[in-house]
Design a protein around this ligand. Structure first.
Ligand code: DGL
Length: 281
């Protein structure tokens, strides 16, 4: 038995973890942010796959049987290979789930015009994962995408209130709606973006529903655990949460609270030496 692992390239997954731990407080969790190598959104398939797999294996080594990729870029570029290539090679029972399927399978609830917008990293947009998944479930829905490469660095650097953030948020929202002004639902398809929500709401037309994934992913996990009792029985229930970062603990502790909503005390995970330490770096 072991905790549930939650993974992101950095802080963004904490917006999902917050909702998961509110809805399912009984389980133990380990959060891992690969802050040393963020952003993933501009990296190649091979790199995102290799980094994600490495982090997932660390979480498995720490005792997790179930890992949630609370990162759209990793879900788009690494999840399928991990599920189809790597997990079948293991003798033990492990699973990895992503955030794209839970969001796309219920998108029809949010749109009446059947025109849906996706705001995401370049990696997620180029993978076409949202377009393909939505089309599979709802062929009548038209999907419009806009890559927002500046948004993750703005959020990671806590520049959400800056003039630069206003400029880039407006720019990408305008570009999305230039593709279709019939869009009535927009998915924030990057787990960092909920931190930009106040600005996004300022520039997006008022009638448009803006969808953050945290709540959706939390309910989808609850449903998964109900349907997969064999996996649920491998998840320890003590209500403990541990946080790991591959970067500096001080930076992580300072910023993570913004995303998670309460104070966080992280430990350092040394990717090179495969070791966990609490040393200050
Ligand atoms: N939070 C990640 C996502 O949901 C991406 C951030 C990054 O570019 O690393 O896509």
């Amino acid at each position: 038995m072991g905790p549930i692992g939650i993974f992101d390239s950095g802080y963004g997954g904490l917006t999902v973890f917050k909702e998961i731990s509110n809805l399912l407080p009984q389980y133990d969790y380990i959060y891992l942010g690969d802050n040393a190598r963020v952003p993933y959104g501009t990296r190649s398939y091979d790199t995102v796959y290799q980094y994600t797999l490495e982090c997932v294996n660390h979480l498995f080594d720490m005792g997790c049987h179930l890992v949630i990729l609370a990162c759209n870029t990793a879900s788009a570029k690494a999840l399928r290979s991990i599920q189809q290539k790597d997990l079948p090679q293991r003798r033990d029972r492990r699973n990895v789930l992503g955030v794209i399927r839970p969001t796309t399978e219920l998108i029809d609830r949010f749109t009446t015009s059947k025109h849906v917008g996706i705001l995401a990293t370049s990696g997620t947009v180029n993978s076409q994962s949202y377009v393909l998944e939505i089309l599979k479930f709802f062929p009548a829905i038209s999907v419009y995408q806009e890559a927002c490469p500046m948004w993750v660095p703005l959020v990671e650097n806590n520049e959400m209130a800056s003039a630069g953030a206003r400029y880039f948020v407006k720019q990408h929202i305008d570009r999305l709606f230039q593709q279709s002004n019939a869009i009535d639902a927009v998915i924030l398809a990057c787990t960092h973006y909920p931190l930009l929500l106040p600005l996004i709401k300022e520039f997006i037309p008022k009638h448009v529903q803006v969808i953050s994934q945290g709540n959706i992913v939390a309910h989808s996990l609850a449903d998964y655990l109900t349907r997969h009792r064999e996996m649920e029985s491998l998840c320890t229930k003590g209500g403990n949460k541990q946080f790991f970062t591959t970067e500096s603990i001080e930076n992580f502790n300072e910023k993570a609270g913004l995303f998670y909503g309460s104070k966080v005390e992280a430990q350092h995970l040394d990717l090179m030496n495969k070791g966990v330490s609490c040393r200050k770096i």
